[in-house]
Design a protein around this ligand. Structure first.
Ligand code: NAP
Length: 402
């Protein structure tokens, strides 16, 4: 992972527009990205936009941003997308190959914002073009971190983190891989159940868990924030992105979500990054890097009105997902792919009211335990083996849920 300079910067230096594709364009990150692209037509040219099945929103965005290509993963929506884009001159397609075409199109920056392991293949495809990847999809690194990072190095791709905590670390680092870094601390809001008792948490419903106190996000990450699995996934993400061992990474609860991460240096200095909880800030950073993109639409932080910033240790008894993810980070390899797959299945089951809130983490833990013997020998060292492992782990998680 580079910290300085890349092709997109040279495009801007030469006065050319940066060519940007957005995978997961219709989601929360995708829509925030589209807003910033629309506000800066002189800086950006939209190349490809991709989503799963929301043809109406994708077509609307493609027309607004004058995109060259629009793709949906779900081929049943192809007719609808073609109808909506008819006469616009925008090319389109649907199905797995169309998604790959969106990822392959020549671009300076690809915003990787598909949710879950579904984003792995298209993001790897974009990365193998040697593009700059603005990485929102943390599941890529949890599921296949070693593969992903080695492919990024091999294809000289640049990864700019979009997750607010990782963007904060990136902005606070002198250089990636610096020997002067002692430790990195990611902050967590604590989610909607920060002050709830174990009994209250045991009875939590999807509508309770979807009420995040600070951030507006897609459903999956919002549930992950409530279990604190999100912070666990982020520690694994940071481990791969910044090449920092697990022992030097930790999380601290900061309910105001103003400080996003802290980097501790060997001379006693601590560099932290602050901003209001608005994903447009890290997205703007990734789109502008290494320059800064002016973004007047983003409200400015007023420390006097924020008044109090508080910090507390995360409670791994009420939120065991964080402990579990830390154990998996230390174990590495296969366990990380299994953790991610089982978590996706368990979150889906909770949202479908098939399991209780605590059963999300219990399902992941039981899947990890069964996978130790049932999936021994599968090494996630290629996209195919990762997807095979992911599929097998999903089967185990489903059987755990019953
Ligand atoms: N939201 C945040 O504030 C935030 C912050 C940090 C990191 N992230 C990460 O960013 C990623 C996206 O999060 P989000 O909150 O934006 O999610 P979201 O709102 O649920 O949006 C997901 C996007 O992925 C698309 N998608 C889903 N399955 C797909 C598939 N099989 N093939 C192609 N596209 C597919 C969806 O398309 P349809 O609309 O057609 O279904 C949608 O565009 C996640 O990995 C999340 O952890 C998000």
């Amino acid at each position: 992972m580079h910290k300085n300079g890349h092709a997109a910067a040279s495009a801007e230096r030469q006065g050319m527009k940066k060519r940007v594709s957005v995978l997961g364009a219709t989601g929360t990150i995708g829509l925030n990205t589209a807003e910033l692209l629309a506000l800066n037509p002189d800086r950006f040219q939209t190349v490809a936009l991709a989503a799963n099945r929301n043809a109406a929103k994708l077509a609307e965005l493609a027309i607004m941003l004058k995109a060259e290509y629009a793709a949906l993963a779900d081929e049943r929506q192809e007719g609808e997308l073609r109808r909506l884009l008819d006469g616009t001159g925008i090319e389109c397609g649907a199905g797995p190959e169309a998604l790959m075409e969106a990822a392959r199109r020549s671009a300076d920056i690809v915003m990787a914002a598909i949710v879950g392991a579904a984003g792995l293949a298209p993001t790897l495809t974009a990365l193998r073009q040697g593009n700059v990847i603005a990485l929102a999809n943390k599941e890529c690194l949890v599921s296949a971190g070693s593969l992903f990072m080695s492919e990024a190095a091999r294809h000289k791709a640049t990864l700019i983190p979009v997750d607010s905590e990782h963007s904060a670390v990136f902005q606070s680092l002198d250089e990636v891989g610096s020997k002067h870094v002692e430790r990195i601390v990611l902050t967590a809001s604590g989610g909607p159940f920060r002050t709830w008792t174990r009994e209250q948490i045991a009875a939590a419903r999807p509508e309770d868990a979807l009420k995040h106190p600070n951030w507006t996000m897609g459903q999956k990450i919002t549930i992950d924030s409530a279990t604190l699995m999100n912070k666990g996934l982020e520690l694994i993400e940071a481990h791969h992105l910044f090449g920092v061992p697990g022992e030097q990474l930790s999380a601290i609860v900061h309910p105001q979500s103003i400080i996003h991460a802290l980097v501790y240096y060997c001379d006693g200095s601590v560099i932290a990054q602050a901003s209001l909880p608005d994903m447009r800030t890290p997205i703007a950073y990734s789109l502008g890097y290494p320059a800064r993109l002016p973004a007047d639409v983003i409200k400015r932080l007023d420390l006097a009105s924020a008044a109090t910033l508080t910090f507390e240790q995360p409670d791994e008894v009420r939120f065991p997902a964080l402990r579990l993810a830390k154990e998996v980070m230390k174990a590495g390899g296969r366990a990380s792919t299994v953790l991610n797959a089982a978590n996706e299945i368990a979150v889906e089951a909770f949202l479908g009211r098939a399991i209780s809130f605590p059963a999300i983490t219990a399902t992941v833990e039981e899947t990890l335990s069964r996978a130790e013997s049932e999936l021994a020998g599968i090494v996630p060292d290629s996209l195919e083996s990762v997807m095979h492992l992911d599929g097998r782990a999903r089967q185990i998680a489903r059987s755990v849920i019953g």
